[in-house]
Write a protein that binds this ligand. Structure first.
Ligand SMILES: [Zn+2]
Length: 374
């Protein structure tokens, strides 16, 4: 043991001796860089404790009633009527009036969820998810249309969240077809479905591409923390981020009567100027802000202007489970001017201090116009 430790010490000492001269010559902004314990810290373990002394505002309930336009029954751990009752209690506490629930289900699985939520027709709106497992069958479109009309009669009032991160519509790395045969959102097989959604006034929630950092290497320059590695697409057999985004324009242009809600700021919350151009061109385009707290919090002034200007096109959504604290963190980010809030990524967030008119639109009024309450 002693011998082993000696060896380790010798190796460490050697490493320091060899590394130290090179490091000590480095000067950054006048500060000489020295080797030290922090050189051995892993990216995943980085967790700076802030010494900043600034006000911390606790917002225990949203300032105005909220419609949450992006939740998943699975993510909110709903498997029974009792689970739904528990969720309603949390919603009451934090000020959420209604949650749009993506069931990720069709057929009997959808019907089962209708049962779970039956006690609260005014608190939840269930949406249907497209089943694309039979996309290569000749009767795919006819079957999908029949199921869409059936779930509408059962109470479904929207279609989504439907995802294409590059593997094809509602496919993943394991279920993807060869790249040339993958179904994209502008595929002719889906035309009749988007058309039917317009007829039934069912908005469609679309997840296209993913955060741009997913296409970057998982190295020292990676923008998001190691917690997001699960979404990495770098080096995988998928189209580029840019190519995937162009599908949005073709889809919006081809179906002007269908309301498309692109979730997570259409995965372009890092570039609100580009989003503004799209919103100006396509009146049938809407956004939800779900799961992009970090895009909002890192650019509070730009985001405030964007949310103010496009308040009639953008809806609030969470997509982060159903824990009470999760909701309260959202209210603090949107309503207060608190600074340097801890977030889920490398950078802390800054509160937006949204004005009442913008908050009301974002929280509820835009959803009242987009959603189907018939
Ligand atoms: Zn989602």
């Amino acid at each position: 043991m002693v011998k082993y430790m000696k060896t380790v010490l010798t190796v460490t000492a050697l490493a320091l001796l060899t590394a130290a001269p090179a490091r000590s010559q480095e000067v950054k902004y006048g500060v000489p860089v020295k080797a030290g314990p922090m050189d051995a810290i892993l990216a995943k373990d980085r967790n700076p404790a802030s010494s900043l002394v600034v006000p911390v505002t606790e917002v225990s309930k949203a300032k105005f009633p909220v419609i949450d336009a992006h939740t998943h029954s699975s993510m909110s751990r709903i498997r029974s009527k009792e689970d739904v009752r528990r969720w309603v209690r949390t919603m009451d506490e934090v000020g959420v009036e209604l949650s749009v629930v993506f069931t990720n289900a069709s057929g009997a699985a959808f019907d089962r969820q209708v049962e779970w939520f039956a006690e609260y027709p005014s608190r939840f709106q269930l949406w249907y998810s497209l089943d694309t497992s039979g996309a290569d069958e000749p009767d795919f479109t006819a079957k999908a249309l029949a199921e869409l009309e059936r779930v509408y009669r059962k109470g479904a009032r929207g279609l989504g969240e439907i995802t294409d991160k590059g593997w094809g519509v509602e496919r993943n790395e394991n279920t993807a077809a060869p790249r040339a045969r993958r179904m994209r959102f502008d595929d002719p097989r889906l035309d009749a479905i988007w058309q039917k959604c317009a007829e039934l006034n069912m908005p469609v929630n679309i997840h296209i591409a993913d955060h741009p950092s997913a296409w970057k290497p998982q190295d020292a320059n990676q923008e998001r923390t190691a917690d997001f590695q699960t979404f990495a697409l770098y080096g995988k057999d998928v189209p580029s981020y840019e190519d995937l985004l162009t599908v949005r324009e073709r889809l919006l242009a081809r179906h002007p009567k269908t309301k498309f809600v692109f979730c997570h700021f259409a995965n372009q919350g890092n570039d609100t100027a580009a989003l503004a151009q799209l919103l100006d061109r396509f009146p049938n385009m809407y956004l939800d802000i779900s799961a992009r707290d970090y895009e909002i919090g890192r650019q509070p002034r730009t985001m405030r202007r964007f949310l103010q200007k496009y308040r009639d096109r953008i809806m609030f959504g969470t997509d982060m489970g159903a824990d009470k604290q999760m909701y309260l963190d959202w209210w603090r980010l949107l309503e207060t001017g608190d600074e340097y809030m801890p977030g889920r990524v490398w950078w802390p967030y800054y509160g937006l201090e949204l004005d009442d008119a913008t908050l009301k639109a974002l929280y509820r009024d835009t959803a009242l116009k987009v959603l189907n309450f018939k």
